[in-house]
Design a protein. Structure first.
Length: 205
């Protein structure tokens, strides 16, 4: 697409308002290509066990707070109501703040992206003697059952959605979770919504 558009511009085939349209299309496609390359490099690094991540002691709930703060404006713009009641406790874990924030932000972004305007997203937390748990549940389009076994594969994009993306977001999210020994499960019902569930085993902290 980029090459054919640029060739048309260079050959003088398009002009006037059509020229501006071609230029805007080239810019849009180049941004998408840059995002794809960056995501591929990110995933490659995360899947390489020799690539270090900077783990320090941090409050996992504070990391979730920061991700929610980042994403809240997107929810407001789409008139989606975010529900979250923060527990008073602190969940200290060993982790890479940047990566964990990236993981939660990606999950929240997906929940908002695939949900209709005016719907709700619930963020719930729980604690047992064995795990810390975080759930991000939406009222979006959901994922068809036959596609759910492929959701963490590279370049997977549901055929039932019109949303654009590199198809690497869930794979990156899964890689970050794996590097932190965090369980990641996606429960989805097509047409009703999706629930992304993170479980952090206390024995691995």
């Amino acid at each position: 697409m980029i090459r054919s558009s640029l060739e048309a511009v260079c050959d003088g085939i398009v002009s006037g308002d059509k020229l501006k349209e071609y230029q805007e299309q080239c810019l849009k496609e180049s941004i998408s290509l840059q995002r794809l390359v960056n995501d591929m490099l990110e995933l490659s690094r995360l899947q390489n066990n020799d690539f270090p991540i900077d783990k320090v002691e941090l409050d996992l709930l504070m990391t979730l707070d920061d991700a929610l703060r980042t994403i809240r404006i997107l929810a407001e713009n789409k008139k989606i109501c975010l529900h979250y009641r923060r527990p008073k406790s602190e969940w200290y874990v060993q982790g890479d703040y940047g990566r964990l924030c990236q993981m939660f932000t990606a999950a929240l972004d997906n929940a908002i992206k695939y949900s209709p305007s005016g719907s709700h997203v619930w963020v719930k937390t729980w604690e047992t003697s064995e795990v810390y748990g975080i759930s991000i549940k939406d009222e979006g389009c959901g994922i068809p059952e036959e596609e759910q076994q492929h959701i963490f594969k590279k370049f997977f994009r549901s055929g039932k959605t019109k949303e654009n993306g590199s198809g690497l977001g869930l794979a990156i999210m899964k890689s970050i979770a794996d590097r932190h020994c965090i369980g990641l499960e996606i429960q989805s019902v097509y047409g009703q919504g999706t629930d992304i569930v993170f479980t952090v085993p206390l024995k691995n902290l």
